[in-house]
Ligand binder design. Sequence first.
Ligand code: SAM
Length: 334
Amino acid sequence: MSDPELEGAPAPWLNELLACPFCRGALVSGSEDSLSHGEGGFECLSCEARFPVVAGVPRLTRESACRVARNDQEKDRKTLAVRKAFEHQWRAFGSNPRIFGKTREEMRELVTGSRIGPWIDENYYRDRLVLDAGCGHGRYVQEFAEMGARVVGLDMGEGHLVAARKGLPSHLKDQVAWIQGDLLHCPLQLDQFDLVFCDGVIHHTRDPRLAFARLAGLVVQGGSLYVWVYPRGGRLWEATHRSLRAVTTRLPPRVLEKLCYVLAPLLAIVPTYSSTRPSRASFSECAQVVYDWLSPAYQSHHTEDEVESWYREEGLLKVARLPVAVGMIGRKEE
Ligand SMILES: C[S@@+](CC[C@H](N)C(=O)[O-])C[C@H]1O[C@@H](n2cnc3c(N)ncnc32)[C@H](O)[C@@H]1O
């Protein structure tokens, strides 16, 4: 049965931002077309690939395209495993009061205070176009919209996109568009966004450097790119986590979820990037953070110098290192 909360066409302003994930051609909506669930869809003007809209969300991945032969499809099993791991994460933990140990108020502070960058405060967002790349639970999307931005929330999976959309207050619906897409085959036109926000995502891709280049291409002249990735640790730390994750990333998501509840009390002594610990977070909130660390098949760690060099190579010249390692923001020249 369809859910009335999830009905409705994508925001009309989204159309001109979309690009084909195969050939980067412009997409047009074909509403009378009986694609997939009969909700209409998008068609590429160049290569004629067609993409469905399901539960109001355009599905712009290569796998969801209607015309693609099976052997054209994404062969990267690890990417599919990452997608499944995160879909499970947001289904299992997506309605917790805190995610990554943060309440909604703390998330607002994160995107207006010193953690996001010297030139961004609450007033910055009014009438801006923002992309939350790898939006997952969707709470930052809501914060950007509350501050007056039009926001595209893009993520590679599907279950959590629906959950994010469900949690959005109705007064923000015209300002927000959700899409399912893969950053590495990005379904968005270049040079469009005032701010591309990408928090904790590219280190879960097959090629973080390529994902960074894709993000940089989406920023308009004078616009900004915020990225946070996991910092690289010492050799012992890296080796320990690699061995542990070699086991946990092979477990089925449901089994790993249960194991994470068992491991959750360890956060009393093991520090996390989000400072989540049992004294200030529930059992489920601790388990979410443990699951997030142990589940994705791709997880890379980077240095400040490395990421700063990516900014420069992509022509984002005004770069600020943020108080948290490895967080950075850079601006594209006017
Ligand atoms: C750790 S979560 C971060 C969620 C949110 N950005 C935050 O800061 O809380 C990573 C998210 O990135 C998404 N993701 C991973 N690889 C992706 C890709 N190649 N394209 C789009 N989204 C991706 C996952 O599905 C997941 O929801």
